[in-house]
Ligand binder design. Structure first.
Ligand SMILES: [Zn+2]
Length: 277
């Protein structure tokens, strides 16, 4: 049984501020240990549930967070910033299950933790009218390859948002937001115990869970945080300006939508560097 694990950092137990997930910060070495432990717990849980081939995608920021030497020697790990599929690099047809570790809620989620969708420049992302965050986007990429998302761990609202798209997935909430930069969290040890048990159950049930499939074509709407971001994004061929901060693109499938979304994000970052509007 082939399993794909994608690991982000903001949804890992105890993290309450993005500084902790920044490789330049003092706290980062400790946080990457906790992230690595949660991923290892998911690997062991997936193996308990019958997985015999596992690929892990290190999906936060630089993609160089996991302490690979501490992971089960039988897995393969994608690190760095891959050319294709972003946080889901390594997935393809033929996988049986997708697992998300350390995921966070989407931007502007009340009581979420560090909510964003790839960057803080995206206010809201919609595929065919359905609002999705990073978890939904990763689930949609897995669904493109007919692979079901079966497990999510991360902040409580990341789990809820994933369960709104795929109701029967196994979710392990590791913390809940009690302020913009504050969380009430499980201890890392407890989070890892629950992740291992949950991943086992999810992998065992993977053939009962349907992939999250977005219908084709995919009408993608990206609401940005600032007007200049939308103005620049609207110059991409076939991207239309919908209103002052929103652009729209009709893609033939999820993968094309994701590629265009990345270009929009790059332009939004450039627009941000130009000024406050
Ligand atoms: Zn993220």
């Amino acid at each position: 049984m082939k399993v794909h694990i994608t690991a982000d950092m903001e949804g890992i137990a105890t993290i309450s501020h993005d500084e902790q997930a920044d490789y330049k910060s003092q706290e980062y070495p400790r946080m990457r240990e906790i992230m690595t432990d949660e991923v290892e717990a998911a690997i062991q849980g997936a193996k308990d549930g019958g997985a015999d081939s596992i690929i892990v995608c290190d999906a936060h920021d630089t993609g160089r967070n996991l302490l690979v030497e501490k992971l089960d020697p039988e897995v393969e790990v994608v690190q760095g910033n891959p050319y294709e599929l972003g946080m889901m690099n390594g997935i393809s047809k033929g996988f049986d299950a997708s697992l998300q570790i350390g995921y966070h809620s989407m931007r502007h989620t009340h009581e979420g933790t560090l909510g964003h969708t790839y960057t803080y420049n995206v206010a809201q992302l919609r595929f065919n009218g359905t609002v999705i965050g990073e978890s939904g986007l990763s689930a949609a990429i897995a669904g493109h390859f007919r692979v079901p998302l079966v497990f999510v761990s991360g902040d409580a609202h990341a789990v809820k948002q994933a369960q709104m798209l795929v109701s029967d997935i196994v979710g392990v909430p590791t913390k809940t937001g009690v302020g913009i930069y504050a969380v009430r969290s499980l201890t890392p040890k407890k989070a890892c115990d629950l992740i291992r048990k949950g991943a086992k159950k999810a992998v065992e049930r993977s053939n009962e869970i349907k992939p999250f499939i977005v219908g084709k074509p995919v009408v993608m709407q990206v609401e940005l945080e600032r007007p200049l971001m939308a103005q620049y994004a609207s110059k991409i061929p076939m991207v239309k300006r919908v209103d002052i901060k929103t652009v729209s693109y009709k893609a033939r499938d999820v993968i094309e939508a994701f590629d265009v979304f990345n270009v929009i994000n790059q332009l939004a970052s450039y627009a941000k560097s130009e000024g406050p509007l």
